[in-house]
Design a protein around this ligand. Structure first.
Ligand code: COA
Length: 565
């Protein structure tokens, strides 16, 4: 079928739907909705002549002239009858244990159209909104979309009226800050975490801290530390620990509230954001952290989970230190990652943007990232596995390629390219990417700058194993698979061959030469104030909406050129 995706942004779910539909042979176009002007959308519909227009994530309404003349379906992240712009926020706010995704026919009343498909999903305890969105919701949405597409293709399926499925629809309002507020003197840890997780990663919970107004982002429980409710107790891994009425929570990131006429606030590690406002606090030795290492017999798992998958200089250095400690342990398989949500999205663009000298911070960050990748590439005494429970992009995708094996959850989307940020790229990608997929595919992936799904990545050789688990089971399944890998009779032999292979490759071209060449190009970009990277980074960090459809989406094959796929 010819399918046009219409979305407010080419975000994770839109990318996932895009790769899943393309994988099934559909001709897929993408048009970003640029409200208030719907003309670009009308022109895209004329150009693409879709059999079906589908909106995986649309914050505006499809104009009536389009949905009356064409089949237009909307993906709503909620069960049948749920309506409104803050579905997932409300689900977490109210501690729902089950939720769902519904594919609806576009209609005059938002989310009230006929139902083409609906798929339920679990809401695991302790999950944050964006993590849920990119995990269980994304899986359910793809299942519902594929069902709806088949039903449209059948030409005979009649969608069901909502009224026939649920007694009454419920439109819930935008969940604004007045409803999210935390009362630190009264609210216990459970209530505080509920509020934080329903607002994570956006919009955060507006609050006061150290005499200023901040949006609080992310929240994890603390078991031991206690103090006066609302008081800051400790720092760890860039996060702050704050006392609740009956315990304490860790808050990893803060975003300054925008002052009238001032620049927009940028989400930063809490300790960095507070800077000089931070009182003298102890650095906690235990409690929540973003990096942890576990060992089970011959398998080590170095799990890391950075908000938004962004890895600052400090995070890279801490991860490298943990990697070195893990390498000192007597294991034969070392797994990197293995958690839910983003694996890595490369250097931390927000920290860079907020730095006094963004060029110098970019440079420090890329070196720290390269040091980490180098350590993985030069590990010859055990097998390394990058386990991607969630998406990876740019340098974060290349970090995965440094491992001997790349395993990813079936729902993962990879963006193995740097072009959209105006970067040449680093992380030894000129060594690892062609080695895995060949030079022609490496060129195409980096130049087309399109997302690749797990199945497509496996076909290309980017990924070695697809793990068919839900987001909640991925970590356990990876541990079991790693134990099996460690027990294979061929594993000692593979480890034995690693050193010789690295030496052979180095005789061809030393690793340092790849690094030097990549970094020379990155240095030229970072330290050229006119390089597009600086404006692209600023736009990304400040979430500026594109004013036209991105070029890589306009370049997709259109109707009449099906053979181009
Ligand atoms: N630095 C800082 N923050 C980053 C980041 C990075 N490298 N990559 C992602 N994020 C943040 C986003 O700002 C966003 O924050 P929010 O939740 O507060 O809104 C969050 O992570 C999720 O990203 P988002 O862009 O909303 O997700 P997506 O699924 O729509 O898109 C990417 C994912 C990876 C395609 C997109 O985030 C991206 O292009 N990131 C930059 C990659 C890059 O160029 N890295 C630098 C070169 S190594």
């Amino acid at each position: 079928m010819r399918i046009l995706l219409v979305a407010s942004a080419f975000n994770s779910l839109t990318q996932r739907v895009f790769v899943e539909l393309r994988d099934r042979g559909h001709l897929v176009g993408v048009q970003l909705a640029q409200a208030p002007d719907d003309d670009a959308l009308r022109a895209a519909v004329r150009r693409h002549a879709p059999d079906l227009t589908l909106a995986p994530m649309l914050k505006s309404a499809i104009p009536a002239d389009l949905w009356t003349a064409h089949t237009c379906l909307i993906v709503h992240p909620g069960p049948v009858g749920d309506r409104g712009p803050s579905s997932l926020d409300w689900a977490l706010h109210e501690d729902a244990e089950r939720w769902g995704v519904t594919v609806l026919q576009a209609d005059a009343v938002m989310d009230a159209g006929d139902v083409w498909a609906t798929v339920p999903c679990a809401v695991p305890a302790g999950v944050a909104k964006s993590d849920l969105y990119r995990g269980e919701i994304s899986d359910a949405a793809v299942e519902a979309v594929l069902l709806a597409v088949d039903r449209v293709a059948s030409g005979t399926y009649a969608p069901q009226r909502q009224a026939g499925l649920v007694p009454a629809g419920r439109t819930r309002p935008y969940l604004d800050q007045s409803l999210r507020r935390i009362d630190w003197r009264r609210d216990g840890t459970a209530a505080v975490l509920r509020a934080l997780r329903a607002a994570d990663s956006q919009p955060g919970v507006l609050d006061e801290l150290c005499g200023a107004q901040w949006f609080l982002h992310g929240g994890h429980p603390e078991d031991r530390l206690r103090g006066r409710p609302g008081e800051l107790l400790a720092t760890r891994a860039g996060a702050v620990c704050r006392a609740t009425a009956d315990g304490a929570v860790w808050i990893p990131e803060l975003r300054a509230r925008r002052r009238p006429g001032g620049p927009p606030g940028v989400k930063l590690p809490a300790v960095t954001a507070l800077g000089g406002l931070l009182p003298d606090l102890p650095e906690a030795a235990d409690g929540w952290t973003d990096i942890d290492y576990r060992e089970d017999g011959p398998v080590g798992v170095l799990r890391f989970a950075f908000p938004g998958g962004a890895m600052s200089t400090d995070q890279c250095r801490r991860l490298l230190a943990a990697y070195r400690l893990a390498c000192a342990r007597p294991t034969s398989v070392l797994v990197l990652g293995g958690g839910r949500d983003f694996f890595s999205n490369g250097i931390h663009l927000n920290v860079i943007e907020a730095a006094a000298d963004p060029a110098a911070e970019s440079w420090a960050n890329i070196q720290a990232m390269d040091d980490l990748v180098e350590a993985v590439l030069t590990t010859t005494d055990r097998l390394t596995v990058a386990a991607l429970g969630g998406n990876a992009a740019a340098g974060g995708a290349m970090l995965a390629l440094a491992a001997d094996e790349v395993w990813c959850r079936a729902g993962v989307v990879l963006n193995p390219h740097y072009r959209l940020m105006g970067l040449y790229g680093s992380e030894y990608w000129t060594y690892t990417l062609p080695r895995r997929v060949g030079p022609a595919a490496a060129r195409r992936l980096t130049e087309e700058a399109l997302p690749v799904g797990a199945a497509g990545a496996q076909r290309l050789g980017l990924v070695d194993r697809i793990v068919e688990s839900g987001p909640a089971d991925f970590a356990g399944d990876v541990r079991a698979l790693a134990a099996r890998l460690a027990a294979l009779p061929t594993t000692p032999q593979r480890i034995g061959e690693k050193k010789a292979r690295l030496e052979r490759d180095a005789a061809d071209r030393p690793l340092a030469a790849y690094r030097e060449d990549e970094l020379a190009r990155m240095h030229a970009i970072f330290f050229d104030p006119q390089a597009p990277y600086h404006a692209l980074r600023r736009a990304f960090v400040h979430k500026e909406r594109p004013t036209r459809n991105p070029a890589q989406l306009d370049a997709l094959p259109r109707a009449g050129s099906v053979g181009d796929r």
